[in-house]
Design a protein. Structure first.
Length: 434
């Protein structure tokens, strides 16, 4: 017989590289910014949508673009047991568009749909601070309005979200690629400008020159940045209609008091963008300081099988937002239920407290107790570790008088309260703590 494997020799299993656990000590921060996101979106009359975490791969190949870095390098793609190619969601917009088409949310002429989501996305890229293979995003998408006012409403929503989170040192960068013909004209001009410099470009950008040249403008490779210096701006290729659209966007931002910077080299990583583009950066993140961005995609709904419906939206990474808040020393306000810890001095009291804790929870009071019969000293230590607000102590005397000792752990005050008055007494003690 082989040697028995001891428990201590069993290899532990860690989370996959690029994926992380969000532990209870940090979850409350996520809950706070998610609540702010929902509240802000609802103020703008956006409604929440939840789409599957996995979609048919064709959705992203057709929507995001066959030649995009996301599709060629970064998707988690696999065949299911039926042979269908599936992909874990790398971004939120394509799935929302698919859902809107499939469920007839934008099928009728003149119908608007304003949707938001808070969801994980998955990209196979080199993990780094704030960029994990599973990251979370707050995004919003608005369908049915082609006018610049809808672009600006989405920008306002995004900036309001950051402001309500307490984030400072924000910079909004905007640009326009124009409509389809404008974008194609600019693409051709950029290829003509960069083709003589192809040998100066990095390996990725040499490939992009044929498939996705606009992405070269966004490259962080010093070779690419030197090569694109002096490249023609997209603004020189905008149609008259696209020029009017972008001028109106700038005018509305000025009128709303939102400061922005015109950035002629700003592009986005998805092929579907047209017209207005934007990106928001925040201080405290170093060189990789983008926390979110968006733009208009008037052709995407039709590209994915729907009728011609204009769309615009944004996505904001929550991990990077939390890192920026920490770097800027912005403290989120923790809101949690104050805890009552039930202390049992003997077995009879423990049995009685098992019934009492259920009554208190039904009354909306957060409670905890130790059901294992440890000493009173050990229970008090546990109450302290759990950061309880009140200890409710019961022993033989309290059982006989049908009462409990309430000790306010923040003030040290203690009082004896009858069980019939217990709920109201606890509510009075806990109310200032909420």
């Amino acid at each position: 017989m082989g040697r028995r494997l001891l428990a201590c020799e069993i290899m532990k299993i860690n989370a996959p590289r690029g994926f992380q656990d969000i532990l209870p000590a940090q979850v409350w921060k996520w809950q706070m910014i998610e609540a702010i996101a929902r509240d802000t979106a609802e103020l703008y009359h956006f409604q929440e949508i939840r789409t599957p975490v996995v979609e048919y791969s064709e959705l992203f190949h057709r929507g995001v673009g066959e030649s995009s870095d996301i599709v060629t390098k970064e998707t988690f793609t696999f065949n299911d047991r039926g042979g269908e190619s599936l992909t874990l969601r790398p971004e939120g917009t394509a799935g929302v568009v698919r859902a809107a088409i499939e469920n007839n949310l934008i099928a009728q002429e003149g119908v608007r749909a304003k949707l938001f989501y808070i969801a994980p996305n998955f990209r196979y890229e080199r993990p780094q601070k704030g960029r994990l293979r599973q990251h979370h995003q707050f995004g919003a998408e608005a369908f049915g309005i082609a006018e610049p006012e809808q672009d600006v409403e989405c920008i306002q929503l995004q900036m309001d979200f950051y402001r309500k989170c307490g984030l400072n040192e924000l910079e909004l960068n905007i640009n326009s690629l124009g409509d389809g013909p404008s974008k194609q004209g600019y693409r051709d001009a950029l290829v003509a400008f960069l083709s003589p410099k192809k040998g100066q470009l990095g390996e990725d950008s040499q490939r992009r020159l044929e498939s996705n040249p606009l992405r070269i403008l966004d490259s962080k490779d010093p070779r690419d940045q030197e090569a694109v210096a002096g490249a023609p701006p997209a603004s020189g290729y905008l149609s008259d209609q696209s020029q009017r659209h972008f001028q109106r966007v700038c005018q509305l931002l000025d009128e709303s008091g939102i400061v922005y910077r015109l950035n002629p080299n700003l592009v986005r990583g998805f092929d579907y963008y047209t017209e207005t583009l934007w990106e928001v950066t925040a201080g405290g993140l170093g060189a990789q300081n983008a926390i979110g961005g968006g733009g208009r995609y008037d052709n995407l709904v039709q590209l994915l099988g729907g009728r011609a419906v204009p769309g615009v939206g944004f996505g904001s990474g929550l991990e990077r937002l939390l890192i920026a808040l920490e770097a800027q020393q912005v403290e989120l306000k923790k809101v949690s239920q104050p805890l009552v810890y039930l202390i049992s001095q003997n077995d009879a009291a423990r049995q009685a407290n098992l019934g009492l804790i259920r009554q208190l929870r039904q009354a909306g009071i957060a409670c905890e107790m130790d059901p294992s019969g440890r000493s009173m000293k050990a229970q008090l230590k546990q109450a302290d570790r759990e950061q309880a607000t009140v200890c409710l102590i019961r022993g033989q005397a309290e059982l006989e008088s049908d009462s409990a000792q309430l000790k306010n752990l923040s003030t040290g005050q203690q009082q004896n309260v009858s069980i019939s008055q217990l709920v109201s007494a606890l509510i009075n003690i806990l109310k200032p703590c909420k």
